[in-house]
Every structure is written in C-alpha cells, then in structure tokens.
Design a protein around this ligand. Structure first.
Ligand SMILES: C[S@@+](CC[C@H](N)C(=O)[O-])C[C@H]1O[C@@H](n2cnc3c(N)ncnc32)[C@H](O)[C@@H]1O
Length: 330
C-alpha cells in the first residue's frame, strides 16, 4: 500500500459524512418546502425498498451535488465564462432596453441548479427555470434559499465533490478538496422575477396559458438530454411567441435511451421545418461550424470547446465542441 493511502481513505470517509450533512440540509429544506411529513417519506421509502432503481439513487445525488461547482462556486467560473457570457450577451443584444426586460418572459428548460437562469433574471428578465430531475430541483431550491436578504449576505457551505472520483489524479490530496458555495449573494430583486417549475418540459407547458407566451427560450447543455429531441424542439417552438427567440448552446451527447439521435445538420433541418429562421451569429463565440461548402448553415452556427463538470486539477479533460445558434420563430 503506498504511504498515506489508508489515511486518505479515512479522511475520505470523514468528508463523506460532511457531504451527507449537506444532503440532509437539502432534504430537510425540501420536506419543508413541499410540505411532506418525514414519516410519509420513510413509509414511501420502505414500500419501494425492493424496486429495481432504489429511491435515493446514489449516482443521481452525486451528479446533482457536483453541479454546485459548475454553477455556484468560483472553481466553476471558467466553465461558466465560456458559455454563460455568450448567452447573456445575446439576450442583452436582442432585448437592449433594461427597463423593459421584466415584461419579457424567458424559459430555461433543463435548468440544472439554476445559475444561468438566475443570471438571466439578474439581467432584469422574468425567468422561468424548468427541471424534471427532482435531485436537481431539490438542490436548486436549497441553494437559492441560502440568500440571507436581511443581512444582505449568503450562508456559505463547503462540499467535497471529488471524493467519488479517484481516477486521473496527479496528487493524492486532490480528491479531498472542498468547494465553497454559493460564491454570489442572490439578489432579492432578481429572485422576485424567478420561478422554478418542476416537471417534464415537453408536458408541463402544453396548455393555452403557456403556449405562445414566451419571448425567449434558452437551452444550455440540455436539448441532447431529451429522450425525444423532436418533441423537445416542438415544445420550444410551441411555447414561443411569434417572433420569439430560441438561444441554444450545447453538445449533441445523446443521453439515456434516446429515441432518435440526429446529427447537427438534421437538427437544423428540423428546426427550419418547425418554423424557425436561423439568425446570423456574431463572431465572438468559437468558430463557424460549417465551411463555405455548406452555404445553407454557414455563418449561423458556431462551435467552441466548452467544459462540463471538469476538474481542472485532474489528468482528465471532459469537454465538448458545444454548438451555439440563435433562431427566431417566424
Ligand atoms: C446536462 S444537464 C444541464 C443542466 C444545466 N443546463 C447546465 O448547463 O448545467 C441537462 C438537464 O436537463 C434536464 N432535463 C432533461 N430532459 C428534461 C425534460 N424533458 N424536462 C425538464 N428537464 C429536463 C436534466 O434533468 C438535466 O438536469
């Protein structure tokens, strides 16, 4: 055994207990928010103990909590800088008058832990974040609840996101690093314009009140996680007003049991067929995804290397050539 290995295991075990305290805080906050008595949860848990996919799926919990780094810590700033800035500056260009932005309704499906949606509301827009993983939504609601508006500050916590991943480590202590979050104090004004709606994006926004009611839809690393991307694109089209804008940035990493796995070209064709017009993109983000040989899409889609839940200290690089486009519903 290398020297220090057992100590590292012991320390890991202690830090797992600290992570568990965060998970417990999230659970307590969620039980109070959703008004679920603890005995009801325990009863539900024991009734489902023998299910194939046990309640409290460890991987889903770990993945959700890892998003504290990407969304809410200074360690995740470099991931946000490469993508959020492009989206936020696009929205600011489309809706330049800051005073009128509260009247613009922006929907962010697949919002994860909500940082991008929060930044959109901080720009002045009325923002609806949507998420169907309850692991994500529970952590999302909790992190936003940490804003202490009376004291004008925020309660910070430390999470140990790297304990579960011992591969690709140069230095032994890397896995023991803690990440403190949230790094910003969410403003009460921005939170007044902010709503999180839990549920499947393709089902939740079907009624007449929602259809045709949004000025913009923003998808960041999310269209490819849909089981049925066609239905997802149809939903984006349905919720937008005529003249409304869809801003997309993300890879094409088809997720769990996808029904279809279209290429970028096929997605763009579908987008047009649904009734979107692709707008010329500005030159700030990455490079043109198509050469002069593909005139139809030239100047309308750009690709840029973007990290995702990437541990900068590790020997592994998890990044995508994320694709960016802006489309208008005609
Ligand atoms: C790869 S994550 C990206 C999260 C966030 N946008 C980010 O950039 O960190 C994709 C998210 O989309 C959510 N999602 C997938 N399909 C969805 C659907 N039909 N409705 C709502 N959320 C969905 C997943 O639960 C997941 O949190």
């Amino acid at each position: 055994m290398p020297s220090g290995y057992l100590e590292r295991l012991n320390e890991t075990s202690n830090l797992i207990k600290k992570n568990n305290q965060i998970a417990q805080k999230i659970l307590d906050h969620s039980l109070a928010f959703y008004k679920i008595p603890l005995p009801d949860l325990l009863h539900f848990q024991s009734a489902h103990k023998s299910d194939q996919r046990p309640i409290g799926d460890h991987t889903s919990v770990v993945q959700s909590l890892q998003h504290f780094v990407r969304d809410w810590s200074t360690d995740g700033a470099y991931e946000r800088e490469s993508t959020f800035v492009q989206i936020l500056s696009t929205l600011s260009t489309i809706f330049p008058e800051a005073d009128l932005r509260a009247r613009q309704k922006i929907l962010v499906p697949g919002a994860g832990l909500g940082r991008l949606a929060y930044e959109i509301s901080a720009l002045g827009f009325t923002t609806i974040a949507n998420e169907y993983s309850f692991y994500m939504s529970m952590a999302h609601r909790w992190v936003l609840s940490l804003a202490d508006h009376d004291k004008g500050g925020v309660q910070q916590h430390t999470y140990y996101p790297f304990l579960n991943w011992w591969s690709h480590q140069r230095e032994s202590r890397n896995v023991l690093r803690g990440v403190t979050f949230p790094e910003v104090h969410p403003s009460s004004e921005a939170l007044k314009r902010y709503t999180l709606l839990e549920g499947d994006f393709t089902k939740l926004f079907l009624d007449d009140r929602e259809r045709g009611s949004y000025d913009a839809v923003v998808t960041l690393f999310s269209i490819d996680t849909a089981r049925n991307i066609v239905e997802y694109l149809e939903s984006i089209h349905a919720v937008l007003k005529i003249g409304g804008t869809w801003v997309n940035l993300g890879p094409l990493l088809y997720g769990t049991a996808p029904w279809v796995e279209p290429s970028l070209e096929e997605i763009l064709q579908l987008t047009q067929r649904l009734g979107f017009e692709l707008l010329p993109t500005d030159g700030h983000f990455g490079t043109d995804s198509f050469s002069d040989q593909v005139l139809e899409w030239r100047g309308k889609v750009r690709g840029c290397l973007a990290g995702y839940n990437w541990d900068k200290e590790s020997l592994n690089r998890n990044a995508y050539e994320a694709q960016f486009w802006v489309a208008r519903k005609v």
